[in-house]
Structures are given as C-alpha cells and as structure tokens.
Design a protein. Sequence first.
Length: 397
Amino acid sequence: MELQGKNIVLGVTGGIAAYKAAELVRLLLGQGAAVQVAMTEAATHFVTPVTFQALSGKPVFTDQWDSRVANNMAHIDLSRTADALLVAPASADFLAKVAHGLADDLLTALVLARNCPLLVAPAMNRQMWDNPATARNLATLRGDGVSVLGPASGGQACGETGLGRMLEAEEIVAELIAFFQPKLLAGKRVLLTAGPTFEAVDPVRGITNLSSGKMGYAIARAAREAGADVTLVSGPVDLASPPGVERIRVSSALQMRDAVQQHVAHCDVFVAVAAVADYRPANPSPQKIKKGQQAKPPAIELVQNPDILAEVAALPNPPLCVGFAAESENLHEYAESKRRSKKIPLIVGNLIHHGFGGDDNTLTLFDDKGRHPLPPAPKLELARQIVARIAILLEKP
Ligand code: CTP
C-alpha cells in the first residue's frame, strides 16, 4: 500500500497503449490510491470510458462541457484535490499541446489549470519519438518541471522496433511511488553489492550461500527513489533489476571485486550488502570432476577471498562505506567489532531468526553514536530508513 491516501488523476490520451492504462488503474488502486480518470476524445476510440469507470469505481470525464459538474469547471475541480496528475499514455500530440500551453479539451485544460505535479508516460511510434519536434517539446516539458516516465524500447504495435513504447503498468506505478519519496540523495552516486557469490569447483559445481539479494535490491531501489544515481553489482539472484538502476551481473567474489573497483571512483556511498563467500576453491577443475576416478573423495583446497568492503574503506579517498553483519547470536558485539575492524562509519546488523530470503527483516544500525534498532518492517521500508541514515551521515560525517 505504497500510495495509500493519494489522489491520482489519470489522464488517458489516444494511442494503442491506452489498453495498458486499464491495468494501470487496477495497480494504482491495489497500492491504495484513489483514481479519477479523464480521457481525451481520441482515447475513447481505443478503450471505452465504461472500462475505466468499472475499474476505478468513479464516473470518467471526457468532455469540458460535462453537465455532471455543477459549476461546469471540471478542469479546475479535478486537479484541486489531486496529489498528482499522471498521463499514460501521453501521445505526441498531447505532449506538443502541453509544451505550448494549449487547452482545447478537458485534459489539456486540466493540465494547464493544475496545481499539482504532472507526470507523463509517452507512447508513440519510434519515428514520432525521434522527430526533432517531439524532442523539443519534451525538453520544454522537462524544463517546466514535468516528470517524463520512459519511454521504453522494443517492439511496437505498428510492427516497428525502437524507442517509444509506453512503460509497463508496474513500471509506471514504481515510478510514481518513487516520485513521492523525499529526494534525500539527489545528485549522489551510490554503488552497492548484493546477493551471494558463486565460487566454482568445476564447470558444473560451486560453493555459494542462501542470500536472496532482496535486501540489497531494496536498498538500491530506495537509493534510486531518493534521487541517487545507482549502480548495483549483483551476484546470481532471481530478481528483476530495480527501475532506473544500472545492474552489473557477476558470479564470483573476484568478479564482484573487479566490478566494484571499476565503478567506485566518484562514488559518494558504497553499500556492501552481498554475502561474499569468504573462501574460494584454490584450483577449480577445468573439467567436470568424475566420481570414482580417485581412490579417496576429492578434497577441495580453499583460499581466502579479498574483503571487498575493507578494500574500499581503505582507499585514500573512500566513499561513505556501509556494511552488513548477518549474525545468529551476539549481534551487538559482532556487528560493532566488524564496523571497527573494517573501519566503516555504519554497519547494519541483522539477527537471523528465520533464515534468509523473507520479505521482512529486523535490523539494528550501528554507528559512532551507538546502536539504533529499527522496528520489524518490510525490506523496502527498512531500506528507506537506511537511506535516510546514510543521508544524515553524508551531511554530518
Ligand atoms: N564483505 C565484503 N567482502 C568479503 C566479505 C564480506 O565486502 N569478502 C562485506 C559484506 O558485503 C558485508 C560485510 O563485509 O557488508 C560482512 O562482513 P564479514 O566480516 O565478512 O561477514 P561474514 O562473512 O559474515 O563474517 P563472519 O563469517 O566472520 O561472521
């Protein structure tokens, strides 16, 4: 329920992606938002107002001259209680009109008369998107403070392939949720590690651990929502990349360390969430190890992996370093001693009660000022609190 209590006016303009707006209404309601739909006349040729009325539970507005509104000023009334005006899909024609301040139908009049933020999710043919006129209009809109969501690249309804596809409904909802978060890390660059590492024994076997990657991915998402430029170095996990985050996939600890070293320059913050294998096989076999070919079961000799977090913290000009300590006992003592030995300002302690991989967590933050237990909460909520703490430490180290 990330949009609980938010009033969203959803504008729908004429384009084949209008069918995705129906799903968008459902997802917005599912996050607790109230949704009021306003359609252009062109949009009604793609999806009928009845569809949106049934989904949103509210009459749909399509016309400036709507006698249902007592004062006949729907263009004013609709935006006054709205927290945001979201237009999805936003056609090239609609964007051109808004860029020029035209107001010749209900939706454009509503946009011009609004007193709330405007977000648009463009959808159009790739040539229309590439047209310099569209680029000019988008630049004007961005300059006017309009948030432009997408578009994505891919196959289009016309059979062509390129930029101009509307974002998927889930992506638009994620962007809207992010929009409402405070921009505590605006302009900052954040590098993270997440997930387990996989240390090969032979081409088909290896040593790994049960880290799901969820906590690291949640912090990457929260940092992005807070306005940071985020790079996520991820071990093998089965999770989608958070929107707007650059993800670099790696497998072993050595690959993770290489990727971190390549991206750590100019970073303001490094958050090491990955459960890096402490040891790797010294001599992984180039061929699959066959059973029964040796007299004894094979022994795997291990060598220690580099401590990626400690290496970053030891750089001449290190970013603000944040570590994690997952412990099954003595959390306070172990977390604090890791913080000191790795020489990092903040460590997030996690007392493992129920194993790895859940959606909720119980965390305690340890920094110079002592320990700060966080109430049990979903990982994204905890991630936002960690981001808030990082923002404070960046201001007053
Ligand atoms: N870390 C790292 N590189 C490693 C090992 C750990 O960057 N090779 C980071 C983790 O991402 C985490 C923190 O260091 O932020 C965990 O510290 P560590 O002492 O390595 O934890 P454990 O491996 O759990 O240590 P122990 O087995 O002693 O509890």
